[in-house]
Design a binder for this molecule. Structure first.
Ligand code: FAD
Length: 435
């Protein structure tokens, strides 16, 4: 029984379908055939990029998916060569990371993945059911869930050999565990007080050339950021990002004024005479939250948790879907080597996946002076080195490519510390800060 049919839930169902005779996905939304933003995933209205490692895992789980997306008209190109990146206000030299990025919107990607999952004969979708609680049996084992039909109000109990919670950031597993006497998992939080505000446009002039997207990334020197991909239907999506309460406005004038302050001037130039296709919508993200299930002393058998329900990362680093994919991949490997994994062993394994990404994103957030949190020597050194690396990448395509292989979770962060790379980074002139 998979709770939640977002990206984490779909990938989990795909993996479980190899080992279980029947897998059900329960969600309060209608899912099958839906390719637009839906109520249960309001963040899907905003720019979503799947990191390179996530693209690789999806292709392994659904062979041919990449080509299917390209055939559907979704723009694709090299992650370091065909995406225009600005860090600390400066444009990075395009490189070749040898990693393809297919620039699908979140609803498009989810719809294609969901269609593939729906083809599996032993997976079914229980749509428009709210999940109200867990059912436990002998020895405290989780034996199912209590649900309620949103259409008919009918309550039911569904039995399961295994329940996986992938209901996202709002997961109620901590509260359910407390009710069952296990206590709540400890939480790590990094308060970023971030907001995305997104609007779609039809442009009169093409600012992209051969690029798929223009992305001035928020950095301590330029804390306002944006993602500006071109979409399959020829329109453009502009997601503005503002941290520490500097939220991009939703009124059209305020939205334009915010866009004018971005490090990439071509974005404002492109939208000022463009046709807006909708009103700006906003999504507030107060903090990155990591639930430390791996540190709990006891945990009921028959229950696992993954995806945003375990860790919801600052979205500007684009890690969430890929980490969910890596966690599902971990579950797959564990199932291939035996029966249903012990929950604590599973949480210890996925903690390694989460650690790697959390170190990158939470560490980078602590580079912003206003973000609260302990700055260890390692964090300060890491951020100082990354600023030098981004400066070197302004003129050095090899550095750009190496950075995106690490940011894409394909290569480990140590790849940026190899002697040859350090020589390139530390030997490069330090450009003056952009105004
Ligand atoms: C603004 C923003 C931008 C982002 N950009 C990126 C990006 O560029 N790249 C990236 O990889 N990630 C990005 N993310 C993160 C990404 O969206 C999540 O990591 C990803 O969706 C993981 O999803 P999940 O399946 O764990 O949860 P979700 O996608 O949140 O899905 C949870 C599902 O559970 C269902 N559900 C919840 N509660 C109940 C209930 N009680 N009963 C029934 N059903 C329920 C919901 O309907 C939903 O379908 C972004 C997030 C935000 C907020």
């Amino acid at each position: 029984m998979v709770l939640g049919g977002g990206m984490g839930g779909l990938l989990t169902a795909r993996v479980l379908a190899e080992s279980f005779s029947q897998v059900s996905i329960v969600d309060r939304d209608a899912l099958v055939g839906v390719d637009r933003p839906r109520r249960g995933v309001p963040h899907a209205r905003h720019a979503h990029a799947l990191l390179a490692r996530g693209q690789q895992i999806l292709e392994e789980l659904f062979p041919g998916l990449r080509q299917e997306l390209i055939d559907a008209g979704i723009p694709a190109g090299d992650i370091a060569g065909n995406l225009r990146w600005y860090f600390n206000g400066r444009r990075l030299a395009p490189g070749s990371a040898d990693l393809l990025s297919v620039s699908a919107t979140r609803p498009q990607l989810e719809a294609h993945v969901r269609a593939r999952v729906a083809e599996l004969s032993n997976v079914d979708f229980m749509e428009r059911f709210s999940i109200n609680g867990l059912v436990t049996g002998a020895g405290g084992r989780v034996t199912g869930v209590r649900v309620q039909s949103d259409d008919f109000g009918i309550a039911a109990t569904l039995d399961a050999d295994l329940v996986v919670d992938s209901t996202g950031r709002g997961s109620r597993t901590p509260a359910w565990l407390e009710e069952l006497g296990y206590g709540r998992p400890a939480e790590d939080k990094v308060k970023v007080d971030l907001a995305y505000t997104t609007r779609h446009f039809r442009l009169k002039n093409d600012p992209y050339g051969t690029d798929l997207s223009i992305n001035p990334v928020a950095s301590p020197a330029n804390p306002r950021g944006a993602f500006f991909p071109k979409l399959a239907d020829g329109s453009s999506q502009l997601s503005l990002t503002g941290i520490l309460g500097d939220h991009p406005p939703t009124d059209p004038e305020g939205f334009m004024a915010f866009a004018k302050t971005l490090a990439a001037p071509e974005i404002y130039e492109a939208i000022q005479d463009a046709e807006p296709l909708d009103d700006p919508v906003t999504f507030k993200f107060p903090a990155s939250v990591r639930r430390r299930y791996e540190l709990m002393r006891a945990f009921p058998a028959g229950l696992l948790v993954l995806g945003d329900a375990v860790c919801s990362f600052n979205p500007v680093y684009g890690q969430g879907m890929t980490v969910a994919a890596l966690e599902a991949w971990t579950l797959r490997n564990m199932l291939a080597h035996g029966s249903v994994p012990d929950a604590r062993r599973f949480f210890r394994e996925i903690a390694k996946v989460v650690d790697a990404s959390w170190t990158i994103s939470a560490g980078a957030d602590l580079g912003f002076p206003g973000v609260e949190g302990e700055r260890t020597f390692q964090t300060r050194m890491g951020n100082a080195y990354m600023a030098r690396l981004h400066a070197a990448a302004v003129n050095d395509p090899t550095v750009t490519a190496a950075f995106f292989r690490v940011a894409g979770l394909v290569d480990p962060p140590t790849a940026l510390m190899r002697p040859a790379m350090m020589r390139r980074v530390l030997g490069a002139p330090r450009p003056a800060r952009a105004a």
